[in-house]
Write a protein that binds this ligand. Structure first.
Ligand code: GTQ
Length: 350
């Protein structure tokens, strides 16, 4: 048989198996098992200075209560319409104005809040409230009731914006999503004084009689004041990693593992004059600039960042971070899933 007849016969076979919902592997094998990751996710940066006006505009057009969550989703330009910043993770900027309430609900998806602008909002998780300050990292574990509000702090009330990070695309991938609204109260009754969880688990201590706290860290708010102090002490006293500067992961004190089962969260300090070497990893990572300016070289693109900006590093894209003045970066990724599945790969270049 000559080549073209051969191909015609093959096409005919593909046509006849199509109604049987079958397809030949040999036509797609190379794409199914690529030599290296071939993600549609692309590097991107959202300049807070540029997008804040849109967020404030949304504040005039819809209330937090009507919206349920007043959020502008950060969509990866390579994944349009998917509400995803990487294949596995979601990001959004949530605004809550003084006096507003984002009503109580719960869902299987886990959420993190990273506070970027303003203070005095709160989130209540299962009856414990925490007040938000810039740089705080706050967790809403899977299937826990949560509502948000903004009553101000120290007599100051101002709009508050935080970065929402959720495992929405991951839960969607597994078709495991459930959710419900709290029909009893839109704002939960506070049943535990503020700081209870932190007192119990945040002082390098834990109750001697072990309570089952589930897969997520029982510290639900990691205050920036503590994180910052630790990073600056390490900057003075310890070795600087040539790729990461000083990069610390937030841990679940009951296990020593990641604070959340599906999302890995870190805070990283780039010392003054830092020029990081390139590295890459299969995890897709979202960065949020806490303090300082600098640049992120991602693949062959360079992004200049400043405080409150968000940028995304796709799987297997090489990243090098630099900062003349020094910077602090929060980040979250799907690394815990890669580790649990044994599929994490990393490379550190010279
Ligand atoms: O605050 O519960 O950005 O349920 C997306 C979904 C925030 C939230 C989001 C949510 C929330």
């Amino acid at each position: 048989m000559n080549q073209s007849k051969d191909n015609a016969a093959r096409r005919a076979l593909y046509e006849s198996i199509r109604p049987h919902h079958m397809t030949p592997l040999w036509e797609v094998l190379h794409a199914l098992v690529p030599k290296s990751p071939t993600t549609a996710c692309v590097p991107a940066l959202w300049r807070y200075r540029e997008v804040k006006p849109f967020l404030m505009q949304s504040g005039e057009l819809i209330t937090a209560e009507e919206a349920v969550r007043r959020v502008l989703i950060l969509e990866n330009p390579g994944l349009p319409g998917q509400s995803a910043i990487t294949q596995s993770l979601y990001a959004g900027l949530q605004l809550i104005l003084p006096g507003e309430v984002a009503p109580s609900h719960r869902h299987v998806q886990s959420a993190l809040r990273f506070v970027i602008d303003g203070k005095g909002a709160y989130t209540t998780v299962e009856g414990e409230r925490t007040t938000m300050h810039p740089g705080d990292f706050i967790i809403t574990p899977s299937w826990r009731w949560h509502d948000h509000g903004n009553e101000g702090v120290d007599g100051v009330t101002e709009p508050v914006v935080w970065l929402d990070g959720l495992d929405i695309p991951t839960v969607r991938f597994f078709d495991a999503g459930f959710a419900e609204n709290d029909d009893v109260s839109k704002s939960q009754t506070v049943r535990h004084p503020e700081g209870s969880s932190y007192a119990r688990y945040g002082a390098n201590m834990a109750p001697v009689r072990r309570v089952n706290t589930g897969l997520t860290s029982p510290i639900f708010s990691y205050p920036y004041s503590r994180t910052r102090e630790a990073l600056h002490a390490l900057e003075r006293n310890s070795e600087i990693d040539a790729w990461h500067g000083i990069k610390m992961k937030y841990i679940n004190p009951t296990t020593g593992g990641w604070a959340m089962p599906t999302i890995g969260t870190c805070m990283q300090l780039l010392p003054k004059g830092f020029r990081g070497k390139p590295h890459r990893s299969t995890e897709g990572t979202v960065y949020c600039v806490t303090e300082g300016r600098g640049s992120a070289r991602i693949g062959d693109q360079t992004f200049q960042f400043e405080p409150q900006d968000v940028f995304v590093v796709p799987s297997w894209a090489s990243l090098s971070l630099s900062s003349e003045e020094g910077a602090v970066l929060f980040s979250y990724s799907d690394r815990p899933i890669h580790e649990a599945l044994g599929i994490l790969r990393e490379e550190f270049a010279d």
